[in-house]
Design a protein around this ligand. Structure first.
Ligand code: FES
Ligand code: FES
Length: 218
């Protein structure tokens, strides 16, 4: 089976950092939100590094190839992966060709990889495939269709809320989950809901306007 991008990226990172596999451990082993590879203190050239954590660096061993059933965007599907602990993001993009969710930080910190799992906004870069089970996944592609856009997609276009657009998947998916619970939010509540989604282009004012517009059904 072709090596997953996760395996390839992990191998590059491990060799770049010269991390000996003996100093790595997965912790916690099967969390619902993610696994973190803890690397014990090590010397890198002149620098002494403390304990480092890398989300979902693939352990340096071959896992069993497995076929996993998933429910994505209203359809049942199956994916064959070389490690069921692979982050969901890689599966969506590389196995299923869904490129709405983006790889930003890979650390659960920027929000660009956000998808919905059973209606909740989740960071797919730190969610292991094995934690999804029978839950329903929705990506940006499943939120609306080109001929039937979701209110947020329409509002983001009307407000021209994207510059480079990299963060917009996360902004829309986070906002959609938020609006499902709060249909009449104040500006302060919208800002709080999106506070952990990062936009390097600084289009925050337009993004907030777009979410207000969608909430108002304009
Ligand atoms: S890529 Fe997932 S939070 Fe940044
Ligand atoms: S529009 Fe470029 S990162 Fe947000």
């Amino acid at each position: 089976m072709k090596k997953s991008r996760w395996a390839a990226a992990s191998a590059i990172l491990r060799s770049t950092l010269a991390i000996p596999s003996s100093s790595c451990s997965l912790s916690p082993p099967h969390p619902s939100i993610g696994g973190w590879l803890k690397v014990q203190p090590m010397q890198m050239g002149r620098f002494e590094m403390g304990v480092q954590s890398f989300p979902f660096l693939k352990p340096d061993k071959e896992g069993p190839v497995k076929t996993i059933p998933l429910h994505v965007n209203g359809r049942a599907t199956r994916v064959t992966v070389d490690d069921p602990d692979m982050p969901l993001l890689y599966t969506l993009r590389d196995n299923l060709g869904l490129h709405g969710p983006r790889f930003g930080c890979g650390l659960g910190q920027c929000g660009s990889c956000t998808v919905h799992i059973d209606g909740e906004a989740v960071r797919s870069c730190i969610t292991p495939l094995s934690a999804v089970g029978k839950k329903k996944i929705v990506t940006l592609e499943g939120l609306g269709a080109p001929d039937k856009l979701h209110a947020l997609q329409k509002a983001f276009i009307t407000e021209q809320a994207a510059q480079c657009g990299y963060c917009i998947n996360g902004m829309i998916m986070e906002a959609a989950a938020f609006l499902a619970h709060n249909q009449n939010p104040s500006e302060a509540q919208i800002k709080r809901a999106l506070a952990h989604n990062l936009c390097r282009c600084g289009t925050h004012l337009r993004i907030v306007r777009a979410v207000k517009r969608a909430a108002a059904g304009v």
